[in-house]
Design a protein around this ligand. Structure first.
Ligand code: SF4
Length: 203
């Protein structure tokens, strides 16, 4: 498929996802947050689900976790606009707490229902390498229970033939209270992204 056609199909998939009722998460979210980036992007980043800011803006990784991802990409000189960025689940799942909306982890059924859209993105973008950001994304992509620490640092393969590497979700770094620990976790995250970029280049 040529890239113009794939781009048109990707836009059509995003418009279709805006009407999705495959799981209950569409009911309370503001809007769907589909992936962003060019068809043929060598790297595809897959997070868990949109956060509060992403839900309001309708774009992936534009909140605090997105800033960590941007900082890591900047460290290795990788332009975010050249990558495809998305989430395993496209609607924000949360628990209202007063005026706040607290992140709630999507369950297995929701992740499986939303795999429909992730598969469309994978088929149309055709990345060389996929980076799973956190355990929910890794579980969605591998379709099995995973222990993140056991998979980290390995080059895995998806059923579609793409390479996969697994790393932490940037929000896990943000949640660390100890500054040294947070600094080390960020360095490890940058190393994982550098490894991914190297593998994508060689693929
Ligand atoms: S989370 Fe995914 S499967 Fe569920 S309604 Fe939203 S787009 Fe559809």
């Amino acid at each position: 498929m040529n890239s113009d056609l794939a781009t048109r199909r990707l836009h059509a998939a995003a418009a279709e996802a805006a009407q999705c009722t495959r799981c209950p998460l569409y009911r309370d979210a503001t809007q769907v947050v589909f992936g962003e980036g060019p068809v043929g992007a060598p790297l595809m980043f897959v997070g868990e689900q949109p956060g509060d800011k992403e839900d309001r803006d309708g774009r992936p990784f534009v909140g605090p976790a997105g800033r960590i991802l941007d900082a890591a990409l900047a460290e290795i000189g990788l332009d975010r606009g050249a990558a495809y960025v998305t989430n395993a689940v496209k609607h924000f799942k949360y628990e209202p707490r007063g005026k706040l909306r607290l992140h709630k982890q999507p369950n297995r059924g929701e992740v499986q229902a939303c795999r429909w859209w992730l598969d469309r993105e994978l088929a149309l973008v055709q990345p060389k390498l996929v980076v799973a950001l956190g355990v929910t994304a890794a579980r969605a992509l591998l379709d099995r229970a995973v222990v993140l620490s056991r998979l980290r640092g390995q080059s895995l393969e998806l059923t579609g033939g793409q390479h996969l590497i697994v790393t932490v979700h940037p929000s896990a770094i943000l949640r660390m209270r100890d500054e040294d620990e947070r600094h080390d976790a960020f360095r490890g995250f940058v190393d994982d992204i550098r490894f991914a970029a190297k593998l994508a280049k060689a693929a």
